[in-house]
Ligand binder design. Sequence first.
Ligand code: TGC
Ligand code: FAD
Length: 382
Amino acid sequence: MDLVGLAAQLSDEERLVRDTVRAYVQARVLPSIAEWFEEGVLPRDLGVELGRLGLLGMHLSGYGCGGASAVAYGLACLELEAGDSGIRSFASVQGSLAMYAIYRYGDDAQKRQWLPPMARGEVIGCFGLTEPDFGSNPAGMRTHAKRDGDDWVLNGTKMWITNGSIADCAIVWAQSDSGIRGFIVPAKTRGFTAKDIHRKLSLRASVTSELVLDDCRVPATALLAASNGLAAPLSCLNEARYGIVWGAMGAARACYETALEYAKTRVQFGRPIAAYQLTQQKLVNMLLELSKGTLLALTLGRAKDAGGAQPVAVSLAKLNNVREALQIAREARTILGANGVTLEYPVIRHMNNLESVLTYEGTSEMHTLIVGKAITGIEAFA
Ligand code: TGC
Ligand code: FAD
């Protein structure tokens, strides 16, 4: 139900990306996702499949990457997350965090070594910024890198790392004598271990791990030499946050469509529940926020393609779209009644996933404070 004419604003190429990813999700993800979520697994071959579709690092150019527009990338995120936030997370971490860090801060040799196999999904990456004691405030990180001859020796712990234990390489951010630097750490390096975090009730079809670096020695060629200071990892976050702006609307759309279909067929008091004004108001409010949020994503994407999306605009859009997606999921859940609490329907799975999406890539509070600082000129983080 495209009342605002969104599709008409897309190019043929963008529509093709949207339709291709939607068809893939319908054929490959939707039939099995409830089971993957329940079992807490993510099939390994998904990476290669997403690579084959050109979705990994698709907005980067050269080195085997797709060179797609920001809008095309956003549409892909939306369709992936209409399947499950865990699938979009996989693609976000691979393309927008791990690959982007190498693309932006690596040298030509690093890009030639890592990016083509990562684009094909043959090599999986993860992005280690958060630590047990430093989540919202990564500036305080304790992980450090010490120069030793030509090598660097890394020590520290990273927490909540998506794809951690399935990654072939980790982008690790560490304090050094020259500030915060990024390193490409192959997972087979001695002193590097990844241990999965279990008992999650959110993003269950996604691997989340703790990374331990214990005298982990890497050569000088592991350093992302152009990364210098906290601005480097934060610039990678802009890319992934942008994908979430679109992705959240995919999860919301899946909830809205499920609730609409259910409301038209579920009969109570002799009429479909869609016939009651209270239900219609819920559905209209859902569609309203879905339409506004998707238009916001498109506006941001067009600005990004024109070279002009400010980080604060990405924060504003991430804050809005995840918050509204969660509200849509909760509202949809009420329309489904008791059926809404089971995995027979996608709604509570999306709702639970969105709790993680609200927290990662900057919590809603952090994005509120980022926008607050921009409009008042006053920092209120500490
Ligand atoms: P602050 O002094 O404000 O900034 C330090 C330097 O960074 C620059 N900067 C940015 N640059 C690019 N993009 C941004 N968004 C930037 N934000 C700030 C800034 O200009 C400055 O540059 P310079 O040259 O002057 O040094 O730093 P602060 O320590 O006060 O912190 C600011 C704050 C709180 C906004 C920042 O720390 C923050 O964003 N915190 C949230 C942390 C976060 O988002 N972590 C996400 C971890 S990764 C993840 O969650 C992956 S989930 C993956 C998935 O499964 O999909
Ligand atoms: P905290 O920073 O401890 O915050 C707790 C609460 O306090 C939040 O509500 C927060 O908003 C609030 N708060 C903190 N400071 C302030 C303040 N100054 N003012 C007001 N309120 C404040 N990280 C990675 O590096 N790589 C990944 O791949 C990754 N994947 C993740 C996957 C999942 C499933 C999850 C759940 C997290 C992942 N993260 C990842 C970590 C994520 O980025 C952090 O959880 C997030 O940044 C918040 O940090 P925290 O959990 O330590 O919460």
